[in-house]
Design a protein. Structure first.
Length: 319
């Protein structure tokens, strides 16, 4: 698809017999690119000469297995078997049409510099977007090396070291990157920090005629999963207790009548996502302390939880 003109990609997809199991979207903000979402299809390993949907879905299935093994390792290391209850079983993949953000492989197709428009739709000059810093929503991201090395971690992660271009550390034939998202951050009470990362605009300009292609797999909590406060946080010092209480339980796509639950997807987008847009790395406990003393943020979280009135913690925070 990366070699096709954008106008011809839809027709290419429709020619695939399983195109209904894929979702294609052209994105124009904050940067221009296209993305193709594919869920694992249970089709098994792809043959050496496989192409198209079968090969892409087989890659998704393989990366899904890697993600489950990594999550099992985290659950064992942290003595948190409840983490495994947040995801569907290995063969029970959620269809794209039935869950707002299921576990999926997302093929990101970044255009070459020559294909980028010089002007926007109203004639304005297109500005450089920068890395578009963000953290991923889910539990784990499993990222093979892209077709060009442009993925970079925020330099505010002190453990990154001198080279923030993570793909340069990989053997592309053997290695994948594994890092945490907002859901694992919440589920472990901050023991695992969501990686703030982006794609270098300067490196994209050096990509070949086909642009950059990257195919990360996002392991996300199943629809209806509820993240409860980890046992290790139950006896936290009083100064963090009230802030943390606002963040639990967090539900993934909660039912309309699930009052009192924080919608984790909206929290990620509306609140936590905005904190890292300039590359900031925000520890969960530090965020919880800020919540305790920030009346406006408390009100926002209350709105996301769907509560009609303030509880005692919110009243105390406002005062």
């Amino acid at each position: 698809l990366a070699t096709k003109e954008p106008a011809g990609r839809e027709a290419e997809l429709q020619a695939e017999p399983k195109a209904a199991k894929a979702r294609y979207e052209d994105v124009t903000w904050p940067r221009q690119y296209a993305r193709l979402d594919v869920v694992p299809d249970g089709v098994g390993a792809a043959a050496a000469n496989s192409s198209g949907f079968h090969a892409t879905s087989s890659l998704a299935a393989s990366l899904h297995k890697v993600a489950l093994r990594c999550l099992a390792a985290v659950a064992s290391t942290e003595n948190m078997p409840e983490l495994l209850q947040l995801v569907a079983s290995e063969d029970a993949h959620e269809p794209l049409a039935e869950a707002r953000e299921p576990s999926l492989l997302r093929a990101n197709l970044y255009p070459s510099k020559a294909d980028l428009p010089a002007e926007g739709p109203t004639g304005q000059k297109v500005k450089s977007t920068g890395p578009c810093w963000h953290a991923d929503l889910g539990l784990l991201t499993i990222a093979p090396a892209g077709s060009s090395n442009a993925l970079m971690a925020s330099p505010m992660h002190t453990a990154i070291g001198s080279n923030s271009f993570l793909e340069e550390r990989l053997d592309p034939q053997r290695d994948v990157l594994v890092f945490a998202g907002t859901t694992l951050l919440m589920a472990t009470g901050g023991a695992y920090t969501a990686l703030v990362h982006g794609v270098s605009t300067a490196r994209l300009a050096l990509a070949g005629a086909a642009g950059r292609v990257a195919c990360p797999y996002f392991l996300r909590a199943r629809r209806g999963a509820v993240v409860v406060r980890p046992k290790s946080l139950v006896q936290q010092p009083p100064e963090t207790e009230e802030g943390l209480a606002l963040l639990y339980p967090a539900a993934v796509q909660p039912p309309a009548n699930a009052g009192g639950n924080l919608d984790l997807q909206r929290f990620h987008r509306d609140v936590y996502g905005r904190l890292c847009t300039r590359g900031q790395v925000v520890p969960l406990l530090g965020f919880a302390r800020a919540v305790r003393t920030d009346a406006k943020l408390c009100a926002k979280l209350e709105e996301l939880r769907g509560e009609s009135g303030r509880n005692n913690s919110l009243q105390h925070a406002s005062s």
